[in-house]
Design a protein around this ligand. Sequence first.
Ligand SMILES: [Zn+2]
Length: 190
Amino acid sequence: MAKLYFRYGAMSSSKTAQAIMVKYNYGERGQKALLVKPAIDIRDGECIVRSRCGLMDECVLFADMPLDDVRSHVYDCVIVDEAQFLARDEVLLLVKMVDEWNVPVICYGLRTDFRGEFFEGSRCLMALADTIEEIKTICWCGKKAIMNARLDGKGGVAREGEQVVLGADDKYIGLCRKHWSEGKIKKDDT
Ligand SMILES: [Zn+2]
């Protein structure tokens, strides 16, 4: 039976790199994986996913997914990057792919926004995924980073603003909860 996977992690936890690697691994086995991203995330031009470490690959926008091909198993797997940006009905479409079409779906995304609140896509995936896995990365202090801080450009952490600011990856860092709460983005300069 196919499964719906949600693999979540904080900023810089190599989610996109892993999505690209999983697609590559399918290819190496002579299978095909379809790499998808939500239409909200078109910062790299329409159809590219790009990881911070430099890996990149072609993808299709969620709305342009070839559903007939997915249903008829032209693809062995569907991989969704930036899955936090999915709407609930899009997550429900993924559920249908898994349960009715028997196609495995692997989603990568952030758990929460810079305020520590769920993205809609993440909330729905947390509720509905068969398998939820954490991709770990660390805070500057060495503890696990579970929060995503938006930098305010003045050495601190933003507390207010729109949930989504695209094309601003460099304005975010992963922090442990304590340092996110304190707004402390690096070690004291001494
Ligand atoms: Zn920390």
